[in-house]
Design a protein around this ligand. Structure first.
Ligand code: URA
Length: 428
C-alpha cells in the first residue's frame, strides 16, 4: 500500500478500493501509516465524501481492527434472550439511555449498552452514572455476559480492544477538524455497535442546534447510511429522527440528569423525556419480537425501577446513596411576564459545559454536580421575577462564562408561543 496514492485518489474524487481502505486503517492502527497521512485522507473524505461501498469497507476494516462480541447464545431459564441496543448521536440533556436500558430489560430483553464519556457540549452516559457512589463503568466481557443473563441490562465502557481503529481515528479527527462527515460518523458509530454483537439496534438521530446534524436532510442521510450498514452486517436496525433544537427534559449535566432519570423510572418526569423513552422502547421491543407492548406499563408498576436498582448494584453502585449537590447555584430570573419562546440547545449545552459538566480534552475530569436546570418548557407561562434557569457548579468563577453562553439563547415573549407537538420528527 502506498498511502499517498490513496490520499491523492480521494483528493481527486475517485473511489478508494477495498484494499486501499483496509490497508490505510490496518496500517494506521498498527502505526505504519503516519497520523499526518491519515489526517490528509480524512480531510479529503470530509470534502469528497464516500460511496456506500467505501463506507461499508471502511466500517468492516474498523470492526476487523479488534475483537467482536457475540451474545447470540444468551439464555435465561432455558429460553433464548434477544439482545437490542440503542445509540443516540448525542444531544443536550439527552439522558434517555438511563431510564431506557432498564425499562427495555424489564420486559425480558437483554440490553448490552456500551457507552462513552462526553466530549464538548454533549454529555456522556458514563460521566452521568459515575455520579452514583461506587458505580463502576469498567466491566469485563465475561462479567457483561453474566450481568446480561441475570439482570438483562448493562451500561458500561467499551473495552479498548473493541474497534481500536475508531478510538485512534476519532482522537485524530477531533484535533484535525474532520469529525463533521456523514460517512465518518456513520462508520464510527456502526463499527462499534456491530462489533458489540447486538442482534438489533435502534438509532436516535438528533436534529437541531444542539446536535451534530443541524438539518433534516443531513440527519436523514446519516440515519439511512447507518440503517444500511446495520442491515448489511445482519443487525436489525431502525432510526428515529428526533428534535434537538431545544434541550431534552429539564436538566443538562451529570447528577441533575441522573435525578431526572430517576423521576422517569418512578413513573413521572418531563413529558418529552417520557415520550422519547417510550418511543425508543417500543422500537427496541418490536425489533426483539415483542409487538404491541405498552412501554409505559413497567414505568408505572415499578419493574423498570427494580431493574435499574439491580443494574446499578451489579456494577458496585448504591442506588439509595444521595447524589452529590453543588457548592453554588445561580438563578436566571425572567425579566417579564410571557411565555418561554426560546431555549436553545447549543446555548444550554455550552453553559453546562462551561459550568464544569463537560471536558475539552479526552481524559479530563468532569464535575458531577455541574449543570443547568430549567423550570419551564417552550410555550409555558412565566412570570416576571420567577426563576427561569438554575445554574449548578462547584466553582463560582464559572458562572459568568455560562451566563455569556446563554445570552441570546433564552427568550420570554408576550405573544402566543406554540408548543412543539412531539420530539419525534420521522422514522427511517
Ligand atoms: N459519535 C461517534 O461515536 N463517532 C463519531 O464520529 C461521531 C459521534
Amino acid at each position: 500500500l502506498e498511502p499517498v496514492d490513496a490520499i491523492l485518489a480521494k483528493k481527486d474524487g475517485r473511489e478508494l478500493t477495498g484494499e486501499q481502505i483496509r490497508g490505510m486503517i490496518a496500517g494506521f492502527t498498527a502505526g505504519d501509516v503516519a497520523p499526518e497521512q491519515m489526517s490528509a485522507l480524512l480531510m479529503a473524505i470530509v470534502l469528497r465524501g464516500m460511496t456506500r461501498r467505501e463506507i461499508g469497507d471502511w466500517t468492516a476494516a474498523m470492526i476487523d481492527s479488534g475483537i467482536t462480541m457475540d451474545f447470540s447464545d444468551l439464555r435465561r431459564g432455558g429460553r433464548r434472550v434477544p439482545t437490542v441496543d440503542k445509540h443516540s448521536t448525542g444531544g443536550v440533556g439527552d439522558k434517555i439511555t438511563l431510564p431506557l436500558t432498564p425499562l427495555v430489560a424489564s420486559y425480558g430483553v437483554a440490553v448490552p449498552q456500551l457507552s462513552g464519556r462526553g466530549l464538548g457540549h454533549t454529555g456522556g452516559t458514563l460521566d452521568k452514572l459515575e455520579c452514583i457512589p461506587g458505580w463502576r463503568a469498567e466491566v469485563s466481557v465475561d462479567a457483561m455476559r453474566s450481568q446480561l443473563g441475570r439482570v438483562g441490562a448493562v451500561i458500561c465502557a467499551a473495552t479498548a480492544d473493541l474497534a481500536p481503529a475508531d478510538r485512534k481515528l476519532y482522537a485524530l479527527r477531533d484535533v484535525t477538524g474532520t469529525v463533521a462527515s456523514i460517512p465518518l460518523i456513520a462508520s464510527s458509530i456502526m463499527s462499534k455497535k456491530i462489533a458489540e454483537g447486538t442482534q438489533s439496534l435502534v438509532l436516535d438521530v438528533k436534529v437541531g442546534s444542539g446536535a451534530f446534524m443541524k438539518d433534516m436532510a443531513d440527519a436523514r442521510e446519516l440515519a439511512e447510511t447507518m440503517v444500511a450498514l446495520g442491515a448489511d452486517a445482519g443487525v436489525r436496525t431502525s432510526a428515529l429522527l428526533t428534535d434537538m433544537a431545544t434541550p431534552l427534559g429539564r436538566t443538562a449535566g451529570n447528577a441533575v440528569e441522573v435525578a431526572e432519570s430517576l423521576e422517569v423510572l418512578a413513573g413521572g418526569g418531563p413529558a418529552d423525556v417520557v415520550e422519547l423513552t417510550a418511543a425508543l422502547a417500543s422500537e427496541m421491543l418490536d425489533a426483539s419480537g415483542m409487538h404491541d407492548v405498552d412501554p409505559l406499563r413497567n414505568l408505572a408498576n415499578g419493574k423498570a425501577m427494580d431493574t435499574w436498582r439491580s443494574m446499578i448494584e451489579a456494577q458496585g453502585g448504591d442506588p439509595d446513596a444521595p447524589l452529590p449537590a453543588p457548592r453554588c447555584t445561580h438563578e436566571v430570573i425572567a425579566d417579564r411576564d410571557g411565555r418561554l419562546a426560546r431555549l436553545d440547545a447549543l446555548a444550554v449545552g455550552q453553559a453546562a459545559w462551561l459550568l464544569g459538566a463537560g471536558r475539552s480534552r479526552p481524559g479530563q475530569a468532569v464535575s458531577a454536580t455541574a449543570g443547568v436546570v430549567w423550570h419551564a418548557a417552550i410555550g409555558d407561562q412565566v412570570r416576571r421575577g420567577q426563576p427561569l434557569l438554575t445554574l449548578h457548579t462547584d466553582d463560582e468563577t464559572r458562572i459568568e462564562g455560562a451566563l455569556a453562553a446563554l445570552d441570546g439563547g433564552v427568550d420570554v415573549r408576550v405573544e402566543p408561543v406554540s408548543r412543539p407537538a412531539s420530539r419525534i420528527l420521522d422514522r427511517v
